[in-house]
Design a protein around this ligand. Structure first.
Ligand code: EPZ
Length: 427
């Protein structure tokens, strides 16, 4: 297992380009299962979760190839419309293949995801929505088995609460269903809109993606298409916070500033200077510690839960006390105990972290527990005195493309240490 060795104290300066969005690429890859023609995607990041999704497509029968930064998927036939446990257990977004497989193949067998570090994360709303579209679904032996031998039919769906991949899953199913589907209380995340744009390019008839009501008129068949994935807003936000926490002057390029507006407003209120020199560029400057500022995570366009851990690390260095409330997931404070080991002063009360800013964080040995928690530890390490060793960085490799190279290029003292196994060591 690789580790990061980071020596803090260098203000970051220079340019950090943002990669394509992981959370847009995952449904986009799943959408490639909806047609027997090739689909070409640009700007798919080379991160572990994407490789996992590609292995699921191949398992189902698709061919996946990479040429000059493009990802080409050709699902001519789907011989095995299944997602096995071994893959699903490593990535919960595997449930995104449920909708497309049942829509195209008339059946799907997808392992049920278990809980994960950030919460229980059930898929009951995906299942109920697909049943509304006429799928017969049984859950047994750890698998969800969906059948729709005569195809799906349109229906009215209203999600009890907003679900991002649930909206994406049912949207992909609805595009091939007979008749009209209306999805109410749909997720408005930019990744949903990006998926809809790809589906439209493949011949789907969709209105309202990006709003809370999406209308779909089913079509008989989709065709191949070429599509460029949107920039990763969570990576962009992580970089902005890296610039601020390190007291640097950083250019975050190839991003969509609108997608990180909620974070930028908070950062400005807390004392960072963030401006937009170009349409797809943000510059962040922050000479010292921020002012403490409360934050509550919300669905888009609110403050993203995927940036909570990184924002919390910044607030751990603030003047004053901030209240950070997590409303999306029930257990997304695993980074807190590790930050405390670095000298942060944080108390958890239910869904709230009470953060008393400290003027000094100290390097320590810490363990990454999930993708965004690892990013928050990296940020804390950038400003901490001395050396931090972060273990289990495979979590960060799931969603950040070459993060240590990008950080080193703007001055961070960061190294990946490959762990060599001792002879006779327990494995
Ligand atoms: C997506 O997860 C993202 N993943 C997550 O990013 C992100 O944190 C999350 O949306 C919220 O923005 C991908 O896009 C691949 P949800 P998703 O369904 O779709 C509950 C990252 O770090 N719920 O919107 O799985 C659920 O437990 C990841 O990149 C049900 O109860 O999240 C949660 O409390 C982590 N039943 C809430 O809804 C369901 O059937 C919102 O979850 C589905 C969800």
């Amino acid at each position: 297992m690789d580790k990061f060795k980071i020596v803090g104290g260098t203000p970051l300066s220079g340019e950090m380009p943002v990669s394509g969005s992981k959370n847009s690429s995952l449904p986009a890859l799943a959408a490639c299962l909806l047609t027997d023609e090739p689909v070409t995607l640009h700007r798919v990041p080379r991160v572990k979760d994407i490789a996992t999704m590609e292995s699921l497509l191949e398992y189902a029968g698709a061919k996946v190839a990479h040429h000059n930064g493009k990802t080409c998927v050709h699902a001519r036939t789907l011989d095995r419309p299944e997602a096995p446990y071994d893959v699903v257990k490593t990535m919960r977004a595997s449930s995104l293949v449920l909708g497309p497989l049942v829509a195209r193949a008339g059946r799907a067998r997808v392992s049920m995801p278990g809980g994960c570090a950030i919460g229980a994360r059930p898929i009951n709303m995906h299942v109920a929505a697909l049943e509304k579209l006429g799928a017969t679904i049984e859950q047994a032996y750890g698998y969800v088995e969906a059948q729709a031998p005569d195809g799906l039919r349109g229906g009215n769906i209203h999600f009890d609460r907003i679900t991002v991949t649930g909206t994406e899953d049912v949207l992909m199913a609805a595009v091939l269903a007979k008749g009209e589907t209306v999805i109410g209380n749909a997720a408005r995340e930019p990744e949903v809109e990006d998926l809809a744009n790809l589906l439209i390019a493949m011949g789907a008839n969709i209105e309202g993606a990006g709003t809370s009501t999406i209308k779909v008129q089913g079509v008989e068949k989709l065709h191949g298409a070429e599509h460029t994935i949107i920039p990763d807003r969570i990576e962009a936000g992580t970089f902005l916070l890296a610039g601020a926490i390190s007291h640097g002057d950083l250019i975050v390029s190839d991003c969509n500033p609108e997608h990180v507006a909620a974070l930028v407003v908070k950062m400005q209120q807390a004392g960072a200077e963030v401006d937009q020199p170009q349409a797809d560029v943000l510059r962040v400057r922050c000479a010292g510690r921020p002012k403490a500022l409360d934050m509550k995570t919300e669905e888009y366009p609110g403050f993203a839960t995927d940036l909570q851990a990184q924002y919390l690390a910044w607030m751990a260095t603030a003047h004053g006390i901030s209240f950070i409330t997590e409303t999306i997931f029930e257990n997304r404070f695993m980074h807190v105990q590790e930050l405390v080991r670095m000298g942060a002063n944080i108390r958890i009360e239910g869904r709230q972290a009470i953060v008393a800013g400290e003027d000094l964080l100290m390097g320590a040995q810490v363990i990454a527990s999930d993708l965004r928690a690892s990013a928050s530890l990296v940020l804390a390490a950038l400003v901490a005195r001395g050396q931090t060793i972060i273990d289990r960085v495979y979590h960060i490799d799931r969603g950040y493309e070459r993060i240590e190279e990008k950080l080193a290029a703007v001055g961070a003292n960061i190294q990946r240490v490959q762990q060599t196994m001792r002879a006779g060591a327990d494995v």
